[in-house]
Design a protein around this ligand. Structure first.
Ligand code: PLP
Length: 384
């Protein structure tokens, strides 16, 4: 028997999972995995305890339980300025990853090109490649990470069919301002591209500007699939709940793809999670304030240890410049793990080619106890 299907040739375990295993092996502090250690909101857990037994334990419709779809559509209108029909414009999925997977499967053929601004979230690349879609990296530069038309033109070929946006971005933390979204929108309209926008960090930002959803812009409304989920905002990644939303013509094929991939998202959790959308504004403000404090402490700890960081506007990652340590980003991550007992993710995981400089990604969504340990480790570290 052959060891695996040819479509998996070249695929390896993700760097993030591999680094997590290395971290456990050396008893380090894991800043690698993009995972929040903040507990889920009490209100949501209490609601789950009270309603789990009486929830529906069967399959939901392929596009999701009506209660969740209606809550998502209401939230999209109020928070994102995106108006979708809860029956024909929303599909509940297995996480935002499931929504992205279904969007790619439903709309792109093997050999089609998909513009992927670098640095990118690894699953945006991997999922595309699993489906035989060709990622086409679009260069953006630190510290702004702005997508401009020249870089889009340079990456586009006659096979390009779609572009992925991620705002706030993982790993960059970049939040696309309106004029950048408009520039991308004009390009997408000129080239007749589908836009898939991943906004899973939509509530996690540190400036005063509200979140801006690409699909709320006139030029993008009819060509955009908005992908998001509950993993990050509510710290429930294990519930595996996300959604895709957009115009019915784009969502109908996606619903077929999502059904084929996974039948439906977990029904009782869909019903319970609709409650999350009723949390008051103070919950989101408190969450942002908490992550901002953590960002500032971890950034200061790295800077005091001689490593500069970026100043992310959103999401919960810092980019730590490992240039003073020498070597490529993989070697920098190894040095930080062996000298400071801190696991991070090398930049190469976020680029198709080599990273432009040897940085690592550090997740700062830690417990306060772990933040203290990171501060202690970095204050005592002796770099080789
Ligand atoms: C940009 C982005 N999209 C999606 C996900 C995963 O989302 P989910 O747990 O909803 O599949 C992550 C997790 O790190 C992410 O960073």
């Amino acid at each position: 028997m052959k060891p695996h299907a040819r479509r998996l040739d070249g695929f390896r375990q993700s760097t993030i999972r591999a680094m997590t295993e290395r971290c456990v092996a050396v008893g380090g502090i894991n800043l690698g995995q993009g995972l929040s250690r903040t507990p889920p909101p009490d209100d949501l857990l209490d609601h789950a305890t009270a309603h789990f037994a009486s929830a529906d334990h069967s399959y939901s419709p392929a596009h999701g339980d009506a209660v969740l779809r209606q809550a998502v559509a209401r939230k999209l209108a109020e928070y994102n300025g995106v108006h979708v029909d809860p029956e024909h414009g929303v599909v509940a999925t297995i996480g935002a990853t499931g929504a992205y997977n279904a969007a790619v499967l439903a709309h792109l053929d093997p050999g089609d090109g998909l513009l992927l601004p670098e640095p990118f979230y690894g699953y945006h690349r991997t999922v595309a490649e699993i489906h035989g879609v060709v990622p086409q990296p679009v260069r953006t530069d630190a510290p702004g990470f702005r997508i401009d038309r020249a870089a889009l033109e340079a990456a586009t070929t006659d096979r390009t069919r779609a572009i992925v946006l991620c705002t706030p971005g993982n790993p960059s933390g970049h939040r696309m301002p309106p004029d950048e979204i408009e520039e991308v929108a004009r390009f997408a309209a000129d080239r007749d591209l589908l836009v898939i926008t991943d906004e899973i960090y939509e509530h996690l930002y540190y400036g005063d500007e509200p979140h801006r959803s690409p699909a709320s812009f006139d030029l993008l409304r009819d060509r955009t699939i908005t992908v998001s989920g509950l993993s990050k905002t509510y710290s429930i990644p294990g519930w595996r709940l996300g959604y895709a939303a957009g115009p019915p013509e784009l969502i109908a094929p996606l619903r077929i793809a999502a059904d084929a991939l996974s039948v439906c998202a977990p029904t009782p959790l869909q019903q319970i999670a609709a409650r999350a959308f009723t949390l008051p504004d103070s919950f989101y403000a408190r969450t942002r304030q908490d992550y901002r404090r953590k960002r500032d402490r971890i950034a200061a700890a790295f800077r005091d240890a001689g490593l500069a960081t970026n100043d992310p506007e959103g999401a919960y990652y810092l980019l730590v410049d490992g240039t003073p340590l020498g070597g490529d980003s993989g070697e920098v991550a190894e040095t930080i793990l062996s000298a400071a007992g801190i696991a991070t993710i090398p930049a190469d995981a976020f680029h198709l080619g080599a990273a432009p400089y040897p940085y690592v990604r550090a997740c700062f969504a830690l417990t306060d106890a772990d933040i203290l340990r990171v501060e202690e480790h970095l204050s005592e570290v002796k770099w080789p």
